[in-house]
Design a protein around this ligand. Structure first.
Ligand code: GLC
Length: 431
């Protein structure tokens, strides 16, 4: 208990240090701006400290939503030269500069969590009412611009959109992204973190090629999808969107917005049915589909376990729990971001093996909801163990628990608070 209190006290300190008033930065130095899914997931931890501040985190993000409905992956509130590519490279022409791509849409899920658990009901009702049409518009944007053939599933057009930047999942499709014509640049990330923990230079060139291509198209979302050589349907990303649609529908019901509820429920049902097309019996999990070739991508990453977070059939969730057990025989800490028996697994390189606590949280929440209590508890235990051993790292080596990437990470600290509160049964959390 004393250890837990100390952990929460330290988590608070991390969040306080990264708090910029109306939003948090993921960590000073490496990521000095507001990131989309970092902020939303951070709000879950913040809510245990200060409900109003938690709502503000999400409201600030949505104040920078584009007119077409997209919510950008970075909001550059204040200038800082610590990060590349900065606003001048993105060139999106927004009043407050933003990036031009999006990120995993966890907002619907988070709004429901904040709303359902709120003690200040009046505040929660006001904020949820304000956010409801905005989150709904973002969902609408996804199915309009990223599911152009009406398949029920949306594609990411840049690995950064997936939130799993350098996953093995993107390697094959990335081969089709050229590197010629990328303007000379200097990376800043490798000045803040060990280059061996970060994406390679060849990957960085391609990240920038895509960015330049989209910028040349004037960031017109009606054109980007068909013009991109990189279009991948990520089961994890889609599962998050499905869950957010379903959760937004629940909030909409509570607020009497039956049209919003019906729209989002229909989106979730359609997408859930389509998700079945990504199931791989051989891997015991879902796989990405390369929309350019139509083929499934033979890469067993954590993205294919994340569908447990959506209401997939029970037998799928059970099978995912078994797959995690199998991975656990090769990794001391859960959940590695890539199958540890795959030769492409790298325990310290960003999304090619390391454990990320936010992903653990989402998978555990889903497994618990599907009745896979033991698997969920094991993931939560592993997460708390990593926190106790190695602090609030960006991510962790699943073989040794070593802290990797940046330190004093906001969303990792938020997860510590959320997971411990959940364990104590405070505020009816899911775990
Ligand atoms: C990295 C991660 C991404 C995260 C961002 C800020 O780009 O891959 O998921 O949102 O850092 O923490």
């Amino acid at each position: 208990m004393a250890g837990e209190e100390a952990l929460v006290a330290r988590a608070r300190e991390v969040i306080r240090a990264n708090d910029r008033g109306a939003y948090t930065v993921p960590t000073g130095g490496l990521y000095p701006f507001q990131w989309n899914w970092d902020s939303c997931l951070t709000a879950l931890g913040l809510a245990h400290l200060d409900e109003e501040r938690a709502w503000t985190e999400v409201v600030t993000l949505f104040a920078h939503q584009w007119e077409d409905g997209m919510v950008p992956h970075i909001v550059f509130h204040e200038p800082s030269d610590g990060y590349f590519p900065g606003p001048e490279v993105w060139g999106t022409g927004r009043p407050t500069p933003t990036s031009g791509i999006t990120q995993p849409p966890v907002a619907g899920f988070v709004v429901r969590k904040l709303f359902d658990r709120a003690e200040d009901r009046e505040l929660a009702t006001a904020r949820a009412r304000e956010l409801l049409p905005k989150v709904d518009a973002w969902h609408e944007w996804f199915y309009r611009h990223r599911d152009r053939a009406g398949e029920g599933l949306v594609a990411v057009l840049h690995p950064w959109e997936s939130g799993r930047d350098n996953s093995v999942d993107w390697d094959e499709a990335f081969e089709r992204v050229p590197t010629a014509g990328v303007a000379p640049y200097t990376r800043r990330d490798t000045q803040h973190a060990d280059p061996a923990h970060r994406p390679t230079h060849a990957q960085y060139d391609r990240y920038l090629w895509l960015l330049q291509r989209f910028r040349d198209l004037g960031w017109d979302n009606a054109r980007l999808h068909d013009a991109s050589p990189f279009r991948v349907v990520d089961p994890g990303f889609n599962a998050i969107l499905i869950r957010s649609c379903a959760d937004l529908a629940s909030v909409a019901d509570a607020l009497g917005a039956s049209d919003v509820a019906a729209r989002n429920r229909a989106r979730a049902a359609r997408a859930l049915a389509a998700l079945e097309g990504l199931w791989s019996e051989a891997h015991g999990q879902y796989l990405c589909r390369d929309r350019t070739t139509g083929a499934l991508v033979d890469s067993a990453s954590v993205g294919g376990l994340l569908p447990a977070f959506a209401a997939v059939p029970r037998e799928r969730a059970a099978r995912i729990a078994r797959t995690i057990e199998r991975w656990a025989r090769h990794a001391a800490y859960l959940v590695p971001s890539h199958d540890p028996t795959d030769p492409r697994f790298e325990p310290q390189r960003y999304w090619r093996g390391p454990v990320w606590l936010v992903v653990n949280y989402l998978i555990a929440d889903g497994l618990r909801g599907a009745g896979e209590e033991d698997a969920a508890a094991r993931i939560v235990d592993s997460s708390l163990d990593l926190l106790a051993r190695s602090g609030f790292a960006e991510y962790y080596d699943p073989l040794t628990a070593e802290a990797c990437g940046g330190r004093s990470f906001t969303w990792t600290a938020a997860m510590a608070i959320e997971l411990l509160a959940a364990r104590r049964g405070v505020g009816r959390p899911p775990l």
